[in-house]
Design a binder for this molecule. Structure first.
Ligand SMILES: [Zn+2]
Length: 1021
């Protein structure tokens, strides 16, 4: 034997040395003689009984059931059932001082219960198959135990048939493959981890790196020194590894802030109810790790999930509270759920933060300082302002690394929003939120970092994710070994706070990215699951109206009680459905059913609340009236029950009796000799072809034709829609080459209504032998847009239905409404950044304008748009088959409208018209002699009063939220007829700014706005 450090001069073949070390720890090869084969010592069987439940039931119910004997290997199921196991175990006394585990391998996710409490999550796919019964068995420890294991009949990623995102297999069978007591050899495990890290260093540093060869020779010598059957040989091998790991870096080395994390989709390939258990399983495991590793920090987002655990696992929640106090279990993100970053309305985004931050504050006495949204399909340009208004100035995500076309140029940068608000933003350069603490993760974090030289700190989030799981002891052990190892980045078990503090303290060289963070992928999610999109929009408007109307009712009826508790519950349901796999439509059918049921609940309950408030507003009167929830005066045609159409005028945020007025110009509808139909209301003149397309759309005042010469408007088009993999998520650029107009006529255009206040024509088209469209084109008196009420029977497979309006407008950019504002995107395809946006999102309207003329396309529940050259296109329906095999099949109703205008879209009131389309005047009642009444008005047409609600903490105060919608700096007065005693500026969390009282004058409260600025006020009554 050599007397030096090594067994003589080392051999020269890198490959054989490396593979030799790999085989020494392989769990496939040579386990009869290698180190891995020694991980477990003796074993001993356990006694199992089982009980199968179709429902997810609490432990208190489960343990009382009738259990019958179960043999390992027997199958149970089907999918989504739960099999409870009673596990009787007797640890042999001869295992004294040994580490004893219950080894459990099942293909369903498991939870161990002991003395009625959840104690350990077990998930084979998440590398958690052990419940530690004793670290070193003592005689006075219990040797006979009764445990329960709750096994869900689904895996970490649900139960996809064949592939992960395929629709779930409803008949999948599950089994327990292993359930036994074992002696766990901690010394073998520690040495295995040393070996694994050394082998990975050799592989990751490669042949160019001197340090990689040092690792190679070291690990080879470790094999020489180590005799698997003789633990006495382990310490020498371990000290060789330790000597390598503790050779330290120079001062300039990059620091990786490793944070434990467990991304749990609030619903995705499994229903909401299963997520509750995923949280329980994942987080109880985190608590066990924290008990053993006091330096371990875990970041945990989504207030909703905390709330679930609080009500379903109060014991576990108490443990979590303990570790939150200790600073190890860190609530992050500040939102109710990790919501979609595009589709929720501005107010919904605010409520995500309001509900989230308030929850974290109430439960843990903290406000999150960072927004945490690693997995969402794009990020609205208004998020920086909304974050700042919610007490948040840091942002972490990584999803833009999924871009299909362009590589985003930064990992650490300032993100500047629509109004100029900036937040410090970090994309973990490893491009993952579920790393495993491996050498590869650390190297990637440094190598991929696009801000080298600008920022010397990065985050690495480790822990199994998406379906839960979270970190493991092995991940912590890996990271612990290489905290400061020459050749690898420094590793610090860290928190978001400490990462962002480091980044901020040295941010002079950081670049700024302005505007939205657009994800060049998953662009089908603006359209998939149309019923969910519709539910979201309708519930957003309904809750808006309930709040406005209830605030008004408070001031008119002393006995009225603001329904704060119920409204909070309904808002939370709506916010939950905005989760980043629900509102995008990328979830399984079970989730869609849950989501639609929640919308029904919001609509049912919300309508009752609205009715209560309207009744309170009526002052006991029974005459017909209308309620206008919006902050401008409206004159619109309404259909009054029993007495037909009426043109009514209602003041802003107010009530008016139905007093029919004569239209400036009556609507006319004429069938012309060639079968086309001419509709005219003095503002618009439209010619509708027999097939429902528009032959002409003329803006009467200017005589200007809105449609492109020789083209028809309102043209339905069908595309083949077969993405590369992510079915419900993706529409690819090549789909545009498969455009096919829908022209097959079933019923030609005929006049349905001919009234001086309203004209309606109807036609039907055949899409295929299974699918069809019936549409009513509606022209109202005094209305500047033409409405298309559409019904589609939709039974397609991988098709995409859109409607096109080729218009006589030439402009390099189009405008799209987003949260509290709008932004421009190109209409050309010059650069890769331009053409990658072939399908984009917008809210209630998009507009294509040249100087002094333009055409806007409005909608009441759609989000997908594209404007290319002269053509405005609205995306209507998709037909993906995974993960929901029946996505979007059935009957759909939606409305869109086209609005040609002169001047700019701002001056032409496009924004207000889009609101009007979405917030119909509500039928109400008032005393016979009552006149019109307005609660609020705003003097500037650029300013929208978006929200009126009761303040969260003060029943005698309201919160109003306004924003500047034109992109201009304006001064505006907010007037109110409510008895306001004092007014204060407040932030989005409704925290009063004591330095900024708002002055009340007879002219109202004067407010100054910068472009797209959001202003919130606290009005004390
Ligand atoms: Zn996710």
């Amino acid at each position: 034997m050599s007397s030096g450090k090594y067994h003589g001069p080392v051999l020269k073949n890198r490959r054989t040395l490396l593979e030799r070390a790999e085989k020494f720890i392989s769990n496939i090869y040579f386990t009869d003689c290698n180190l891995r084969g020694r991980l477990y010592g003796e074993s001993c069987p356990v006694e199992l009984e089982s009980f199968l439940s179709p429902k997810r039931i609490p432990f208190s119910e489960a343990f009382k059931q009738n259990f019958t004997p179960y043999k390992v290997g027997e199958t149970f199921g089907p999918t989504w059932y739960t099999c409870w196991f009673k596990v009787s175990l007797n640890i042999p006394p001869s295992w004294r001082s040994k580490e004893v585990h219950l080894l459990w391998e099942s293909d369903g996710e498991g939870m161990v219960w002991r003395d009625g409490q959840p104690v350990q999550g077990l998930t084979k796919e998440g590398e958690k198959t052990s419940y530690v019964l004793s670290g070193a068995l003592q005689d006075d420890e219990p040797h006979s135990l009764l445990l329960f294991v709750e096994v869900a009949c689904n895996g970490l990623f649900g139960a996809g048939q064949g592939s992960m995102i395929a629709a779930p297999d409803p008949n999948r069978r599950f089994s327990v493959q292993k359930a036994e007591l074992v002696v766990f050899r901690r010394d073998v495990q520690e040495l295995l981890t040393d070996f694994e890290m050394m082998v990975d260093i050799v592989k990751e540093l490669g042949e160019q790196d001197q340090r990689g060869f040092q690792a190679l020779f070291t690990v080879n010598e470790m094999v020489n020194l180590c005799e698997p059957s003789d633990p006495g040989t382990f310490p020498r091998a371990r000290s060789l590894a330790s000597a390598f790991f503790t050779q330290r870096n120079g001062q300039s080395q990059h620091t990786v802030h490793a944070m434990g994390h467990c991304h749990i989709d609030s619903a995705w390939l499994w229903p909401y109810e299963e997520t509750i258990r995923k949280c329980g399983r994942s987080w109880v495991t985190v608590i066990r790790l924290m008990e053993k590793n006091p330096e371990f920090i875990f970041t945990c987002s989504q207030a909703q999930q905390f709330e679930w655990v609080k009500s379903w696992y109060p014991g576990l929640y108490a443990e979590i509270q303990h570790f939150v106090k200790k600073g190890q279990f860190i609530p992050v993100g500040g939102t109710w759920v990790e919501m979609d970053g595009n589709l929720p309305s501005g107010e919904s985004m605010v409520r995500q933060f309001l509900e989230g931050q308030r929850f974290f504050n109430q439960e843990f006495g903290i406000y999150c300082k960072e927004f945490w949204l690693p997995d969402t399909f794009g990020y609205s340009a208004q998020l920086p302002q909304i974050m700042q208004g919610s007490g948040i100035s840091n942002f972490l995500t990584q999803k833009l690394s999924w871009n299909l076309v362009n590589t985003f140029p930064h990992n650490t940068f300032f993100w500047e929003g629509l109004d100029g608000s900036k937040v410090l933003t970090h994309f973990p350069p490893g491009n993952s939120y579920e790393m495993k603490g491996k050498v590869e993760d650390l190297i990637k974090t440094v190598r991929n970092n696009k801000d080298k030289g600008r920022a010397n700190h990065s985050a690495a989030l480790f822990g199994f994710g998406d379906g839960g799981g979270g970190p493991t002891q092995l991940m912590l052990d890996r990271l612990q070994r290489v905290q400061d190892t020459d050749g690898l980045p420094r590793v610090r078990l860290s928190s978001p706070d400490s990462l962002f503090s480091e980044l901020r303290s040295d941010s002079e060289l950081l670049c700024t990215w302005s505007g939205e963070l657009f994800l060049e992928l998953h662009n089908g999610t603006y359209t998939t699951q149309a019923q969910i999109k519709r539910g979201n929009r309708q519930c957003e408007t309904l809750l808006h109206d309930v709040e406005v109307c209830s605030c008004l009712a408070l001031s008119r009826d002393q006995s009225f009680k603001y329904p704060e508790k119920r409204l909070k519950e309904l808002w939370r349901l709506l916010l939950l459905n905005q989760f980043h796999d629900v509102i995008p439509g990328s979830c399984i059918e079970l989730v869609v059913e849950d989501a639609l049921r929640y919308y029904e609940e919001i609509q049912g309950s919300g309508s009752k609340l609205l009715q209560n408030a309207l009744t309170a507003l009526s002052s006991g009167g029974r005459s017909d009236a209308v309620f206008n929830p919006l902050s401008w005066e409206r004159q619109e045609v309404v259909n009054v029950q029993g007495s037909g159409f009426a043109l009514v005028q209602v003041p802003s945020v107010g009530l008016a009796p139905v007093k029919p007025t004569e239209p400036l110009s009556p609507v006319s509808v004429t069938v012309q000799a060639d079968g086309t139909v001419l509709m005219d209301n003095g503002i618009l003149r439209a010619v509708v072809n027999k097939d429902g397309s528009l032959a002409s759309l003329c803006l009467v005042s200017s005589g200007r034709e809105a449609l492109l010469d020789g083209c028809e408007g309102n043209r339905f088009v069908l595309f083949d829609d077969v993405p590369l993999y992510w079915d419900a998520w993706d529409v690819m650029d090549y789909h545009l080459q498969t455009r096919r107009p829908v022209v097959d006529l079933v019923d030609q255009t005929r006049v349905l209504t001919s009234d001086q206040l309203r004209a309606t024509v109807r036609f039907s088209l055949r899409i295929s032998d299974r699918s069809s469209i019936t549409q009513d084109i509606i022209m109202d008196a005094n209305c500047p847009y033409l409405k298309f009420n559409t019904q589609v029977e939709w039974r397609e497979s991988h098709k995409f239905l859109k409607v096109e309006f080729p218009v006589s407008v030439h402009s390099p950019r189009a405008s799209y409404e987003i949260q509290f504002g709008h932004l421009d995107r190109p209409t050309h395809r010059n650069t890769s950044w331009d053409w990658a946006r072939f399908e984009v999102w917008g809210h209630k309207w998009a507009d294509l304008s040249e100087h002094n003329f333009g055409v806007a396309l409005l909608n009441d529940c759609k989000y997908g748009y594209s404007v290319h050259k002269n053509t405005l296109t609205l995306s209507l329906l998709r037909a993906p088959k995974a993960p929901d095999a029946n996505a979007d099949m059935g009957t759909h109703q939606f409305t869109y409208a086209v609005m040609p205008h002169s001047g700019s879209f701002q001056d032409a009131s496009v924004i207000r018209c889009a609101y009007n389309l979405n917030y119909p005047l509500r039928p109400a009642q008032c005393p016979p002699q009552a006149g019109p009444w307005s609660a609020f008005s705003v003097s500037s047409p650029a300013v929208v009063l978006e929200t009126v609600k009761q303040a969260e903490d003060l029943t005698q105060a309201l919160v109003v939220r306004l924003y500047e919608s034109h992109g201009s700096s304006v001064t505006s007065a907010l007037r109110t007829s409510l008895p306001v005693k004092e007014a204060w500026h407040c932030d989005l969390l409704e925290r009063k700014d004591p330095d900024r009282p708002a002055t009340l004058t007879p002219q109202g409260i004067t407010l100054h706005f910068k472009p797209f600025q959001i202003v919130s006020l606290l009005l004390v009554l």
